[in-house]
Design a protein around this ligand. Structure first.
Ligand SMILES: NC(=O)c1ccc[n+]([C@@H]2O[C@H](COP(=O)([O-])OP(=O)(O)OC[C@H]3O[C@@H](n4cnc5c(N)ncnc54)[C@H](O)[C@@H]3O)[C@@H](O)[C@H]2O)c1
Length: 354
């Protein structure tokens, strides 16, 4: 891995660059290709450095750093989660991230990751469902129709062929917007007036609500045999979406147990409650769905390797592109140890310009 010729420059994927890339690719193709990168990295799970993300909790939210490395590349993401933000016109989740060259330590790419997080979360959910949902699944209940929702719907459509949606949100405006945004993608969409109604006839239930407390979006009586649950919104200590009894009836699949046991739905269970790691299902070491009647739960919290894969995918896609921004991010003195001299030369240049 080499660093760029202009050592001060780091390619920067702005929000506009990211939107242009997604639009030019087509969101469904983007999700499928991104899922391919994530699945490839899950297959080589053991070659990564792994730690639970570093979380700074406050009254209204959390700010997290999510690092990982495969020994050649290093990546990290900065991400926040503030459910109250939408009340004041801000987003619940925003993010940016960096991919670096391990050999030199130099950043290779700085990227917006708010859009990319929604894409990678949805792609990871759909990968899990590919192994865990019943093969004939066609209908998904989508509870919580905020920023993540359309991405989830499209990932399930492009990776699993889900084409019937049952939408519910406590805010009918959110559901109306989600429905409007998805209309052109060929779904058969039903708007529901309760979570109970939304889960009726659903093969897959996705929960992507945001509330900073232990919510009970799903109760045991709502879950029929054979259902796959994709729990996205329970991702912080004290922030869950389903009743403990749902967990006790389900076979539970997770990303990285040391992180999920603190942040996921399973924070409600004992620390030794059996769970299966998704990467082991993908490699074939462990079984995914084992019967038609089994209830499966992907207790998604979001793990650093998914962001690493997403940054790797974007870097490959924009490599050689002249349309992305170039950031003057790294100090690059003519002689590496003359950092101060570089400052003096700048001072002289500014003085001569006066
Ligand atoms: N697992 C992951 O990898 C991952 C990644 C990104 C976001 N998230 C989480 O997913 C959740 C959704 O994120 P977002 O960016 O879409 O948030 P958002 O604020 O844009 O949308 C959340 C929606 O949930 C709705 N809602 C809240 N309580 C509800 C309830 N009881 N029943 C039905 N709907 C309810 C809100 O009205 C809102 O429309 C958040 O909790 C976020 O932290 C998880």
């Amino acid at each position: 891995m080499s660093v760029p010729a202009n050592l001060n420059i780091v390619p920067f994927i702005s929000v506009e660059n990211m939107m242009d890339l997604v639009v030019a690719t087509g969101v469904e193709r983007f999700l499928v290709e991104l899922a391919g990168y994530i699945e490839d990295d899950f297959r080589r799970w053991e070659s990564f450095d792994k730690i639970p993300r570093v979380a700074s909790h406050s009254r209204d939210g959390v700010i997290e750093l999510m690092p990982t490395s495969d020994g050649t590349l290093y990546g990290f993401k900065y991400v926040n989660g503030h459910p109250k933000n939408t009340n004041s016109g801000l987003q619940t989740v925003t993010a940016f991230g960096v991919l670096s060259d391990v050999e030199s330590g130099y950043p290779l790419l700085l990227s917006e990751m708010t859009i990319l997080t929604a894409l990678r979360t949805a792609a990871t959910s759909a990968i899990a469902a590919k192994y865990l949902a019943r093969k004939e699944a066609r209908t998904m209940a989508l509870i919580g129709n905020g920023a993540q929702s359309e991405f989830q719907a499209l990932a399930f459509k492009s990776l699993l062929g889900i084409d019937r949606l049952r939408l519910y949100d406590i805010d009918p405006g959110a559901t109306a917007r989600c429905r409007r945004n998805l209309e052109r993608f060929g779904f058969d969409i039903e708007t529901c007036i309760s979570a109970e109604q939304a889960v009726e006839t659903a093969d897959i239930i996705t929960t992507a609500t945001a509330d900073k407390h232990n919510a009970t979006i799903l109760t045991d009586n709502m879950i029929g045999p054979g259902v796959h649950i994709n729990g996205v919104g329970g991702d912080c200590p004290g922030k869950t979406e389903m009743h403990r009894d749902v967990l006790l009836r389900a076979d539970i699949f997770v990303e990285f147990p040391p992180q999920t046991r603190v942040e996921g739905e399973i924070q409600q269970l004992s620390f030794d409650h059996p769970v299966t790691e998704l990467w082991q299902v993908i490699t074939g070491e462990k079984m995914g769905r084992s019967s038609e009647k089994q209830i499966t739960l992907f207790d998604s919290v979001g793990f650093a390797i998914e962001d690493f894969s997403a940054l790797r995918y974007v870097r490959d896609r924009v490599s050689g592109s002249t349309s992305i921004n170039q950031l003057d991010l790294l100090a690059d003195p003519d002689e590496p140890r003359d950092l101060f001299g570089m400052l003096l030369r700048r001072q002289a240049l500014l003085a001569s310009a006066c």
